[in-house]
Design a binder for this molecule. Structure first.
Ligand SMILES: Cc1cc2nc3c(=O)[nH]c(=O)nc-3n(C[C@H](O)[C@H](O)[C@H](O)COP(=O)(O)OP(=O)(O)OC[C@H]3O[C@@H](n4cnc5c(N)ncnc54)[C@H](O)[C@@H]3O)c2cc1C
Length: 502
């Protein structure tokens, strides 16, 4: 049986995408937040890192008339927004960092619109998806009775079904209301500390879920080192921001077009190939020491925005050191291990022959599977595994060819036919990336209450940005929001300094 996505449908999707921003109401959702206006004298600002946090801070400050230099270790902008075009054939590409833009992410959508970047339409619901749990492969098709799963649920859990359980327990309305808006400036972790002190498994158990239902829901769990390691508040805070998201988008042509658009505006204000090795703080200025072409250089500024992950910052010398609270946060904030292995297939057999969208959740080491080329012309396609925590570290301990063979073997169980159609693959292990040293921050039980109040707090002339300093951790929205906030802080500090000097 064939389930073709016809060329006509593909073209229709593409045309819809072009119109997506103006027809779907995203115009209204994109944040109308005003651009930064300078309220004091222009200042020299050094920005560490050309990820979305550093880029948005630099963009806003430059627009407001400040003199900005961005120091970036790599020779490309974007950091953890990384679209791989090599080694794929036919011009195909795959995201190995950020993929989705939920329609509630108004700031991301604002910049997407500002730079006139087209979006791909959201995933259609008509194609089926796969679960592979406890050695059982289950296909969920809209028009067909749900497959039997190998879990002994209570009658009430059975009645709710998989999606009902997700809705009720992953996004429990009353709990999310109690947590409030974590991105509000006056949000306090102390008032919801109880959720920080328990693991996510404990939280689900407290809500009345059976251990079988917990196993069903957390078979593939991409937070920390698994549901028993992570503070429940980390996951719940994220759920607050996902409430009400109906559609998830990607940028047509690759998400890296967003950082590249910023970089095009900033032009030679970015110095690539310039890893910062030391920050020197003084009362009247701040300096960044960086390497370029084998020699050390020194750049002085009035303010510095540190927009690199704490996992990297902890290896940089800071003189004099930050406050003990900040040092503790920089040292102790954990980072999530993530591995993504992309496999190129000669055809999109899963779609054309089996009517599957190419998405799967599993309790195998590959965890989740995504179809990365849904909006790209065929016939070839890319399926990608996304593993986290110990599963990711297991994959990353292998050599490159072993990683690909291992994932191919697992993928064959979930999408039979992959081996026959396989043409080649490539892996990305975020722990190995020297400029990320992990995929994203997270919190162990109790850590958010201890560390969060000190994470974004400025230290003299040094301000902090990056998704880890925002309540939207591991989202582009968080990086952009933090960049905007740090730019505002510097703008206001410059004005206050002028008042004090007068
Ligand atoms: C596997 C994965 C999946 C994700 N999925 C999504 C998703 O679906 N949707 C979504 O919105 N977000 C997603 N994200 C999160 C998103 O990619 C990040 O939140 C965002 O890109 C972080 O931006 P940033 O600027 O804070 O940090 P980064 O992107 O890490 O930028 C930091 C920059 O600093 C540079 N740098 C580091 N050290 C130095 C140094 N010493 N000197 C100079 N420069 C330095 C780096 O090279 C980098 O360019 C995902 C991330 C990962 C890794």
């Amino acid at each position: 049986m064939r389930y073709p996505i016809s060329r006509r449908e593909f073209l229709k999707d593409t045309a819809l995408a072009a119109a997506a921003l103006s027809t779907s109401g995203l115009d209204l959702l994109a944040s109308p937040s005003k651009s930064l206006e300078r309220i004091g004298p222009p200042k020299k600002v050094i920005v560490l890192g050309a990820g979305l946090a550093g880029l948005s801070a630099a963009y806003e400050l430059t627009q407001a008339g400040h003199e900005v230099t961005v120091l970036e270790a790599q020779t490309r902008p974007g950091g953890r927004v990384l679209t791989l075009r090599d080694p794929f054939s036919d011009g195909l590409h795959a995201e190995v960092g950020a993929i989705h833009i939920p329609d509630t992410h108004n700031l991301t959508l604002k910049y997407v619109q500002l730079f006139h970047l087209p979006l791909n339409p959201p995933l259609p619901h008509k194609l089926a998806w796969v679960e592979y749990l406890r050695e059982k492969r289950m296909v969920y098709r809209e028009d067909v009775e749900k497959p039997e799963h190998p879990f002994e649920l209570t009658p009430e859990e059975e009645e709710l079904g998989h999606w009902g359980l997700w809705g009720k327990y992953f996004m429990p309305k009353e709990v999310l209301e109690e947590i409030g808006d974590p991105s509000a400036p006056d949000w306090s972790v102390q008032s919801v500390k109880n959720y920080d002190e328990m693991t996510y498994t404990d939280f689900l158990r407290d809500q009345g879920l059976s251990s079988e239902a917990i196993a069903l829901l957390t078979g593939s769990f991409l937070w920390g080192d698994g549901p028993e390691s992570v503070s429940a508040l980390t996951v719940l805070r994220d759920s607050v921001h996902l409430q009400g998201a109906k559609n998830w988008y990607e940028i047509r042509g690759g998400n890296d077009l967003l950082p590249r658009a910023f970089a095009e505006h900033l032009k030679d204000r970015i110095r690539y190939g310039s890893p910062v090795t030391r920050i020197e703080r003084e009362e009247r200025e701040v300096r960044a020491i960086f390497r370029q072409a084998g020699t050390h250089h020194r750049l002085a500024g009035d303010y510095l925005i540190c927009a690199i992950p704490f996992s990297v910052l902890r290896h940089i010398e800071v003189i004099p050191p930050f406050s003990p609270e900040k040092r503790r946060a920089v040292e102790e904030l954990p980072y999530f291990s993530a591995a993504r292995v992309s496999l190129q297939s000669r055809t999109r057999f899963w779609q054309e022959e089996q009517g599957l969208m190419g998405f799967a959740l599993t309790d195998l080491p590959i965890e989740a599977v995504y179809h990365m080329t849904r909006h790209q012309p065929g016939p070839r396609g890319i399926l990608q595994s996304y593993s986290g925590g110990p599963q990711a570290r297991g994959i990353c301990a292998l050599t490159e060819s072993e990683r690909v063979s291992f994932v191919l073997e697992q993928m064959e169980k979930v999408f039979p036919g992959m081996r026959e159609h396989f043409e080649g693959g490539v892996s990305k292990c975020w722990d190995e990336d020297p400029w990320a040293r992990g995929a994203s921050s997270w919190y162990k039980p109790g850590q958010m209450s201890e560390l969060w109040p000190h994470i974004a707090r400025p230290e003299g002339r040094v301000h902090f940005a990056g998704d880890h300093t925002s309540a939207w951790i591991r989202w582009m929205q968080g990086a952009l929001e933090s960049g905007n906030r740090a730019a505002r802080e510097v703008n206001e500090a410059a004005a206050q300094e002028e008042v004090r000097a007068a």
